[in-house]
Design a protein around this ligand. Structure first.
Ligand SMILES: O=C(O)c1cc(C(=O)O)c2c(n1)C(=O)C(=O)c1cc(C(=O)O)[nH]c1-2
Length: 232
């Protein structure tokens, strides 16, 4: 098997998103068609919060493996984006406010009472994957961020137009991601292209991205099972 050129490798990675990113999941399709009931949309927000909370944890695991100071300097920004700092509270706080904007009280987000078991398992699997895999493979699993900006742009418009009951301050999380996600994706892709030096490593990176799509898909499977359409 020949080494893929950067163009071929990037195309293979992008192809994973075209086939398997979570925007194709029926629960997500219904969300973007404006068809989720308030109960279903709240369940998505409360369960995705478990994912959000674990993103900086998995980024800390990756950070601990990066070999150089320059790479750690870049990567640490992801943790700051989510955990925040004094004066700029960050993505986790913004997601709690999204919860409040859909009438989920802060304490109900924080005590995880709405988190479904399968969502917990899927997210924990992502964290453990990043704990156990070599860092370039773990970085490759973050490359769903290549596909997120287009989707998040659509989501802002969908929430404004089709779910007018969501208070607009809840959308701040998504607005911040619009500039953070492309930066993260470009940086992640650069590292993966540089570090995967033979075809086996390139295939491992592609498999990691498929695994990550499974994580996101499994979250929505769990939501669809727990909050079926006819129950509303
Ligand atoms: O709303 C979305 O559709 C979506 C998807 C993803 C993703 O593709 O994993 C992320 C995010 N949002 C996001 O907000 C985020 O911070 C994020 C970090 C990561 C990652 O794996 O490092 N993915 C995502």
């Amino acid at each position: 098997m020949h080494l893929l050129s950067n163009e071929e490798f990037t195309m293979r990675l992008r192809r994973v998103g075209e086939l398997r990113y979570h925007d194709k999941h029926p629960y997500h399709v219904r969300m973007h068609e404006g068809k989720l009931s308030p109960t279903q949309l709240r369940a998505w927000v409360a369960n995705r919060f478990y994912y959000q909370q674990n993103i900086p944890v998995k980024d800390a695991l990756i950070l601990s493996k990066l070999p150089t100071r320059e790479e750690r300097r870049d990567w640490i920004q992801r943790i700051i984006d989510h955990d925040g700092r004094e004066g700029n509270e960050g993505g986790i706080e913004a997601w709690i406010r999204l919860g409040e904007a859909v009438d989920i009280p802060r304490e109900e987000m924080l005590d995880e009472r709405h988190v479904l078991p399968a969502v917990r398992f899927a997210v924990d699997a992502y964290v453990n994957f990043c704990r156990l895999q070599p860092w370039p493979v773990a970085v490759a699993s973050s490359l769903t961020e290549l596909f997120a900006p287009v989707l998040i742009t659509q989501r802002i418009a969908v929430f404004e137009r089709l779910y007018p009951w969501i208070r607009p301050e809840g959308l701040e999380y998504f607005q911040a991601r619009l500039h953070q996600a492309p930066r993260d994706a470009d940086h992640g892709l650069e590292l993966v292209l540089r570090e995967c030096k033979d075809r086996r490593e390139q295939e491992q990176a592609i498999a990691a991205l498929n695994f990550k799509c499974d994580v996101l898909w499994a979250i929505l499977d769990a939501l669809g099972l727990a909050f079926p359409n006819e129950a509303n």
